[in-house]
Design a protein around this ligand. Structure first.
Ligand code: COA
Length: 180
């Protein structure tokens, strides 16, 4: 397990999937804002669940997020689009509703930076999020990510086009222990 200050990132367990499916995926607004594809109903136990993990897939690393104190599942996190040539990857995360606003998101980003830069030897990490997602923007910026651009009207979300913000962090600018 990878450890932050408050949360740990461990492998996905089979019994995490229905919880993440119900509390994250089946929230149509949350999924429409996070995934960039139209929401559709997925059968319980379906291999098409975004939370089902194929361990042979090398292009991403999927984690379940747990509280260090007690081990309760609080969300999902992923390093995706891992490019071992240009040594870059993207970060994605989602927390269960009751776990939001407690500093866990900031901690998850810190742990994914450690995984990407220290464990995987990457050079650049990237986050894309909607321009109105204040908690995600702040979680990224607290870990040193800088806004590199606005993708105007890039996302179709529940009936309207919304702007996305692209943030990046290079390994030489990464400060492992200070969330400023
Ligand atoms: C986005 C998300 C991962 C952030 O994690 P979190 O644990 O809620 O965020 P934190 O508690 O670490 O807060 C980070 C910062 O944002 C601020 N913040 C938290 N919730 C906020 C809100 N609703 N509005 C404005 N600011 C907020 C916090 O005050 C904190 O700022 P500070 O460091 O200056 O005190 C989480 O809210 C979530 O899962 N949301 C739904 C799914 C989602 O949007 N995923 C990202 C898709 S790209």
């Amino acid at each position: 397990m990878l450890r932050g200050d408050k949360v740990g990132l461990r492998a996905r367990h089979e019994d995490d999937i229905p919880i993440l499916q119900t509390e994250l995926y089946d929230d149509v607004v949350n999924t429409s804002r996070s995934v960039g594809q139209p929401w559709r109903p997925i059968m319980p136990g379906s291999k098409d669940s975004q939370f089902a993990v194929d361990d042979k897939e090398q292009g991403h690393a999927s984690f379940s997020v747990v509280e260090l104190d007690g081990g309760t599942l609080v969300g999902a996190a992923t390093l995706w689009g891992i490019d071992n040539h240009s040594r870059s990857a993207h970060i994605g995360l989602g927390l269960r509703p009751a776990a939001r606003g407690k500093g866990y998101g900031t901690d998850v980003v810190a742990v994914l930076c450690h995984y990407g830069f220290a464990v995987r030897g990457l050079h650049r990490l990237q986050i894309e999020t909607l321009a109105d997602n204040a908690a995600m923007l702040r979680s990224a910026e607290r870990n040193g990510f800088v806004r590199e651009g606005v993708l105007r009207s890039a996302a179709w979300v529940m009936g309207e086009f919304l702007d996305e913000v692209l943030l990046g962090l290079l390994v030489q600018d990464w400060k492992p222990d200070s969330k400023g």
